[in-house]
Design a protein around this ligand. Structure first.
Ligand code: AHR
Length: 307
């Protein structure tokens, strides 16, 4: 705890204000921007002192930020791990310093016990399955081969691994579906645009694009249009997140379906932080409720979108 409202000079220990160190992945997408805003606003609303650090999508930066939070003696550390593996050492350091850790948005793979209190975030495997189910329904009346290109999120990240696996699980039940190319677009618009351009130059028979997030889908739309094709018609587009821009693209007929991934995790995160700080029991896993939206719902839903 910080010493009074201003916080202790060295950071931790003292008054009543909970000091939360948060290491964010970066600012790679509309989803991430909304997530950051939600966390900052909710920390303020909860009266916590937030020490926020942006890792610019680099694991080394996150490890450094966590080490610095440990040194400062913050009350709770929360972070959204850019990739799944490679966290054991720093998590053991936090455990040794007796600082509770809350994972938000993305999970880690670890062999260590008791290195985090809880994980708050979406079920990314289920998101991938939802994307796959939409596709299976869409092509239910056709026996022809369906050629799919996949724009993957950051290599090694939980959402990229899980959205790939959930989707593959569902489409794998029918061999008319074939993923003909799959590449990392790093969850960014420019990544989506560049990789889609490369897909289009090496394949002239793409039926479907499955993008692991909206920003990559929106970047890809630019390349599809530049190639003289109609997104949503010539190439069907499945995306994940549900940012406003993607709903607009859906209303315009350019994206066919969006699987929702909710970034507004701030209020639930602050609640969990308060509980772990007080030594209360929290569930090991807290999932987020999410939907699936299609073109016919896009226009009506657009004004309701909060991110
Ligand atoms: O971890 C959540 C993912 O990260 C979002 O789907 C993507 O847009 C973001 O960059």
């Amino acid at each position: 705890e910080s010493e009074g409202a201003g916080g202790g000079a060295e950071g931790g220990g003292g008054g009543d204000t909970i000091v939360l160190g948060f290491s964010q992945v970066g600012a790679e997408s509309g989803w991430r921007t909304a997530n950051t805003k939600s966390i900052k606003q909710s920390a303020e609303d909860a009266g916590f002192e937030l020490r926020f650090s942006d890792a610019q999508q680099q694991q080394e930066n996150q490890i450094q930020a966590i080490r610095s939070f440990i040194q400062q003696g913050v009350d709770v550390i929360a972070f959204s791990p850019v990739v799944e593996s490679g966290w054991d050492t720093v998590l053991v350091e936090a455990r040794a310093a007796d600082i509770p850790v809350v994972l938000t948005d993305r999970a880690v793979e670890t062999d260590e016990d008791d290195v985090y209190e809880t994980f708050l975030g979406s079920d990314f495997v289920e998101e991938g399955r939802k994307a796959g189910r939409w596709l299976v329904d869409e092509y239910a009346d056709s026996d022809e081969e369906v050629r799919i290109v996949e724009l993957q999120g950051t290599t090694g990240s939980a959402p990229a691994n899980d959205r790939r696996d959930g989707f593959a699980e569902i489409i794998g039940e029918d061999d008319k579906f074939e993923v003909i190319a799959s590449q990392d677009g790093d969850f960014t618009r420019s990544g989506g645009q560049e990789v889609m351009q490369a897909f289009l130059s090496s394949h002239d028979d793409i039926d479907v694009l499955y993008a692991h997030n909206d920003d990559m889908a929106l970047g890809a739309i630019e390349s599809i249009e530049a190639a003289g094709l109609e997104p949503g018609e010539d190439i069907k587009i499945i995306s994940v997140d549900g940012i406003k821009d993607a709903f607009q693209a859906m209303a315009d007929g350019k994206i066919n379906v969006v699987v929702e991934c909710n970034p507004l995790l701030g209020p639930q995160l602050m609640d969990l932080v308060e509980k772990v700080h007080a030594g209360e029991e929290v569930p090991e896993r807290v999932k987020v409720e999410e939907g699936v939206f299609t073109q016919d719902q896009a226009e009506e839903e657009l004004p309701n979108r909060k991110y």
